[in-house]
Design a protein around this ligand. Structure first.
Ligand code: NI
Length: 177
């Protein structure tokens, strides 16, 4: 297994719509295992394939962060969201150090294939439900900062500008310009 580099905002791969996974093979299993290792190394509770530069509908989530219960969701879809919502501080491994309040459904039902190709339904509430919603958004190029309410936007803006500057700087350095 290997720790993969995590792409940071505003890397364009984070804004692309991921394509469905068509074949579940050993390459995909290896990628999923590496994503779980990468998620733990970074102290995260979820990671989506676009965050490691792979434009496929694959995410890993830890359904029980206290005890580690990692699940691999292939081609996941949210089947149902609870009417009850919750607003909590949220972060993302592609925005290290940045947090903001995001309102999401408290519970979800999510259907996904596992690494054997079987369809599994997950009914979760609280943190795992938030993680699943956050990771599935990544597959459609949607980021948590897009969901921040108007009152937190101004403070968030400064944080985003720092990431934008760093990204532009790293890009210039790597192009030798
Ligand atoms: Ni994220």
């Amino acid at each position: 297994m290997a720790i993969l580099p995590i792409r940071r905002y505003p890397d364009p791969v984070l804004r692309a719509t991921a394509a469905p996974v068509e074949i579940i093979n050993d390459d995909l299993r290896r990628l999923a295992a590496d994503m779980i290792e990468t998620m733990w190394e970074a102290d995260g509770v979820g990671l989506a394939a676009p965050q490691v530069g792979v434009g496929r509908r694959l995410v890993v989530v830890d359904l029980d962060p206290g005890n580690h219960d990692p699940r691999v969701l292939v081609n996941p879809v949210i089947v149902k969201r609870s009417r009850k919502k919750e607003t909590l501080d949220e972060g993302c491994l592609s925005f290290p150090g940045l947090r903001s309040k995001v309102r999401r459904a408290f519970g979800v039902s999510c259907a996904a294939q596992n690494l054997d190709g079987d369809i599994v339904e997950y009914r979760v509430e609280g943190l795992p439900a938030r993680a699943i919603q956050h990771e599935l958004d990544h597959l459609d190029g949607m980021l948590f900062v897009d969901k921040v309410g108007p009152s937190d936007r101004i403070t968030l803006r400064e944080g985003l500008e720092e990431f934008e500057k760093e990204f532009a700087f790293a890009r210039e350095a790597s192009s030798g310009g």
